[in-house]
Design a protein around this ligand. Sequence first.
Ligand SMILES: Nc1nc2c(ncn2[C@@H]2O[C@H](COP(=O)(O)OP(=O)(O)OP(=O)(O)O)[C@@H](O)[C@H]2O)c(=O)[nH]1
Ligand SMILES: [Zn+2]
Length: 184
Amino acid sequence: MSDELKGHYEQIITLLGEDVTREGLLDTPKRAAKAMQFLTDGYHKTLDEVVNGAIFESNTDEMVVVQDIEFYSLCEHHMLPFIGRCHIAYLPDGKVLGLSKFARIVDMFARRLQIQEGLTKQIAEAVQEVTGAKGVGVIMEGKHMCMMMRGVQKQNSSMVTSVMLGGLRKSQATRDEFLRLIGK
Ligand SMILES: Nc1nc2c(ncn2[C@@H]2O[C@H](COP(=O)(O)OP(=O)(O)OP(=O)(O)O)[C@@H](O)[C@H]2O)c(=O)[nH]1
Ligand SMILES: [Zn+2]
């Protein structure tokens, strides 16, 4: 697979007008293939693997917030990066999830071709599925290279998306608490 991808990168680089035999580019097709495979390795992961059983019993029923999880994704329209921060809140129902697993869930979905809205929803639904929480909220703030480096070239724009499930959807007060905790 990697060799095939490497061959395609050789063609792409040549079609872009470069000389793949010049010294600086000799290993570039291989590196590019490897980098792209890393940036899309979310396709080869499952929620079970990523969570690895790190669900713990707990009698806490207060909101838990994990904020400022950085993400790096690729937009499905241009395959250019969009990057930013993700904030996750949940209302535990007898179980809590290992802290690092929130970041692993974010990476698993971010390392695919995505639009930010879909990414936000997939993360929220995954957290809901593994924790069985009474409510889940996910807010993502992203900067899209396809809007900054090309196209309309707006360097200061960012996109905010949110998905609220269960108690975070139903209760304005709970949503407000989430926003307050992340300083919004
Ligand atoms: N809603 C949404 N749109 C996105 C996201 N990433 C990129 N886009 C948009 O997808 C659209 C694709 O529009 P097209 O007109 O088909 O493509 P294009 O000619 O390259 O568009 P421009 O970017 O306007 O030059 C653009 O408006 C992008 O800004 C995303 O995560 N969510
Ligand atoms: Zn794009």
